[in-house]
Design a binder for this molecule. Structure first.
Ligand SMILES: NC(=O)NC(NC(N)=O)C(=O)[O-]
Ligand SMILES: [Zn+2]
Ligand SMILES: [Zn+2]
Length: 512
């Protein structure tokens, strides 16, 4: 027995010290170099910091090439022609994507993440996981629906605290322009100095009590501060045109009928707002009193008079731009089923004729960029059971599907991959002032989506949707083409084959 103990004991001691040594070494490393450990092991599903991506279809500012992109420490350091080729720095890992499309990650500048305060509606964690799964590598968060709203440097700080270690893609922030801060330039300057990328205001009630609407007078005040910072004003451009009495008279068959809702918010609301705005944007021209300021029209739905006003202002040299959203390009009023409040948004989805004209404007370059206006809520506030279009929350949930939806509907209208990339990456980057993103070019962040435009899938209950409330999305049940395979944010592989990287390593983007 004693002999046996003497034989086993050294072996046992060896094993125990072996385990203790590795345990201690690991925790020692973790304490000394937490960032190094995080970067190498958790931020990315790929453990290389210097590698190549090669594909037969890479969307670059010079067109689609068959070639390779070299990525080092989160940045693009070279782009060369020739599938499978490596430049001077050979011997690095090469990821071969064959004929899958390699494109700049999408930049969605109009997203309501609702945190802090209404995390039950969405949140930084769920919203940015959904973004990563959809090839969206940057989102810019709206200043409302979160509580409190982002209208001062103090409330921006709450946003930043809530976002810490919880964002899977990079996130910028819009600040809110409301009557209170419009009349107090020191609050606005504080908010802009704290790093919001620009301001957002509403010309009609926002549906959120601590985000009151602004008149054109407040907007002028806001623009004079923004001119100094050379940052844009983002405007929900609708002005209420008639009384409640009038709304009742135009009731087209009760609150469950989509036409009833459509008639409560006619295109004349958008036209009235844009008319007032272009009266002010003339001062943004070079040499004008508001030079440096810029007005951006949120979610344009009317492709007639409103669009003409914007085109005229642009041709006169005003600093103005406009976006529309996938839901105005995918759906038309005629096809919205009675009571299906998933489709309620403001301004409303209009008829098929309007949609056709909107596509034409997109393809001809009159609409500068696309954004989701992802604005979820709780299922009970969407009134899915009741189906009351007048009382339900207005907002469409779509963040994860920006790419396949735009592609599926756009390709029928002749949308090219280069146009898709301009509308979803380059133009939004320029508008938001984040020039280090938005294109596959040397020196830029390696924010990349790898996807297969030809692969079709059905958005059914088996599809992995990462949004907080998948059932709210108007796209559920649709068959789409364009499957996202992998997403890189600053060289970190944050999403692959339905899985996210273990740690949320997105960073806040603050203007300087
Ligand atoms: N409070 C909101 O989120 N409003 C949004 N609602 C929509 N679009 O229906 C918006 O951007 O106007
Ligand atoms: Zn809006
Ligand atoms: Zn919105």
């Amino acid at each position: 027995m004693e002999k046996f103990v003497w034989r086993v004991l050294p072996l046992l001691t060896f094993f125990v010290s072996f385990i203790v040594f590795f345990y201690l070494q690991d925790s020692y490393r973790a304490q000394l170099h937490p960032l190094v450990k995080l970067t190498q092991n958790k931020c990315s599903l790929l453990h290389h910091r210097h590698f190549w991506i090669t594909s037969k279809r890479i969307v670059t500012p010079q067109g689609i090439i068959s070639g390779s992109v070299e990525i080092k420490e989160g940045k693009i350091i070279s782009v060369i022609e020739g599938y499978g080729k490596q430049g001077n720095s050979k011997h690095e890992e090469v990821i071969d994507y064959g004929d899958a499309v390699v494109m700049p990650g999408l930049i969605d500048v109009h997203v309501h993440l609702d945190e802090p305060g209404r995390t039950a509606w969405e949140g930084f964690d769920t919203g940015t996981r959904a973004a990563a799964a959809g090839g969206v590598t940057t989102v810019v968060d709206m200043p409302l629906n979160n509580h409190p709203t982002t209208v001062s440097k103090e409330t921006l700080k709450l946003k930043l605290e809530a976002a810490e270690n919880r964002i899977y893609v990079d996130v910028g922030f819009w600040g809110g322009l409301i009557p209170e801060n419009a009349l107090n330039s020191s609050i606005l300057e504080g908010l802009l100095s704290a790093g919001v990328l620009g301001l957002k205001s509403f010309m009609c009630p926002s549906g959120i009590s601590d985000f009151p609407m602004t008149t054109i007078h407040h907007i002028k005040e806001g623009l004079s501060v923004l001119a100094k910072y050379r940052r844009p004003l983002y405007v929900h451009s609708e002005i209420q045109q008639h009384s409640k009495k009038h709304l009742e008279l135009t009731d087209k068959g009760g609150p469950r009928t989509y036409l009833t809702y459509l008639h409560t918010r006619p295109p004349s609301w958008e036209e009235a707002a844009i008319k007032e705005l272009v009266g002010v944007t003339k001062d943004t021209r070079i040499g004008g009193p508001l030079e440096g300021a810029h007005v951006h029209i949120a979610h344009l739905s009317d492709s007639s008079a409103s669009l003409d006003l914007i085109k005229e202002a642009k041709s006169r040299g005003d600093s103005i731009s406009v976006e529309t959203c996938p839901h105005y390009l995918a759906f038309s009023a005629e096809e919205i089923p009675n009571g299906d409040t998933r489709f309620k948004c403001s301004p409303p989805i209009r008829d098929a004729y309007n949609k056709g004209k909107l596509w034409k404007a997109v393809l001809e370059g009159h609409i500068d960029l696309l954004s989701s206006d992802h604005s979820p809520t709780l299922p009970q506030l969407k009134l899915l059971e009741e189906g009351d279009f007048l009382k339900a929350w207005g907002g469409i949930s779509s963040l994860q599907f920006d790419l396949p939806v735009t592609w599926s509907y756009g390709k029928k209208h002749g949308l090219t991959l280069e146009q898709l990339s301009l509308l979803w990456s380059k133009k939004p980057a320029t508008f938001a002032g984040i020039e280090s993103k938005g294109s596959i070019a040397v020196g830029n962040h390696a924010d990349i989506v790898v996807w297969k435009p030809e692969v079709e899938f059905e958005l059914n209950e088996h599809y992995p949707v990462f949004l907080k409330h998948p059932s709210l999305s108007a796209y559920m049940g649709r068959r789409l083409s364009g499957k996202v395979l992998e997403t890189f944010v600053r060289g970190n592989l944050v999403f692959k084959k339905g899985k996210h990287a273990p740690a949320a390593c997105g960073v806040p983007i603050l203007a300087k």
